[in-house]
Design a protein around this ligand. Sequence first.
Ligand SMILES: Nc1ncnc2c1ncn2[C@@H]1O[C@H](COP(=O)(O)OP(=O)(O)OP(=O)(O)O)[C@@H](O)[C@H]1O
Ligand SMILES: [Mg+2]
Ligand SMILES: [Zn+2]
Length: 218
Amino acid sequence: MQQSLALYRKYRPATFAEVRGQEHVTEPLRQALRSGRINHAYLFSGPRGCGKTSSARILARSLNCVNGPTPDPCGVCDSCVALAPSGPGSIDVIEIDAASHGGVDDARDLRERAFYAPVAGRYKIYIIDEAHMVTQQGFNALLKLVEEPPPHLKFIFATTEPDKVIATIRSRKRSSMSVAKRRGSCPPSMTRFTARKTDAPSPAANASTISSIRLASV
Ligand SMILES: Nc1ncnc2c1ncn2[C@@H]1O[C@H](COP(=O)(O)OP(=O)(O)OP(=O)(O)O)[C@@H](O)[C@H]1O
Ligand SMILES: [Mg+2]
Ligand SMILES: [Zn+2]
């Protein structure tokens, strides 16, 4: 037991193919990466320990691989090596733990830095972990950036409480946003929300899409 627990803590999947028991999420995501359907914001949700943070990191690795965006990061380019589970990390992929950095000052700080282009990778990617801990004021400061980011910017949120995150986002723009549940090609176990502006039917309105991806317990 002790040994398997140690393994559980140590082992982190490096690709979506290695994420176990979440094919309802990883397959559509891989397909989207394959066909170049890239959103600018993603929300991974699910119970504790189901692989949200791991999946967020894998998505970042898939997006910034030199051959990417790709469902199968090459594993050998500078970005893949840096973003491997045991790698040193990349300056272009910034992980923020909202439990300790979810306040309005942190959000403003992020907002200022986010406009600078990535240093080495294709995208500058913010992984906001425990996203339900971002305060209302924090989200207010971030919302415009999340809705209409510059092309080099991606957001990946991870949370156990997606409803809280979505409610926080909506409460800021209640009158101008609709949240539509998309079904169709998605398996019923996968919930996807599209948040889009209803008052501004401009080309940029398309840019305000957040994919919400719910992982199951493993
Ligand atoms: N579906 C999975 N496939 C393979 N490994 C997994 C999976 N889910 C979790 N793990 C492993 O369990 C550990 C915890 O995973 P991770 O940190 O991604 O979970 P989490 O959903 O972010 O948890 P938390 O809610 O506590 O933040 C990691 O070592 C990871 O490799
Ligand atoms: Mg986590
Ligand atoms: Zn690579």
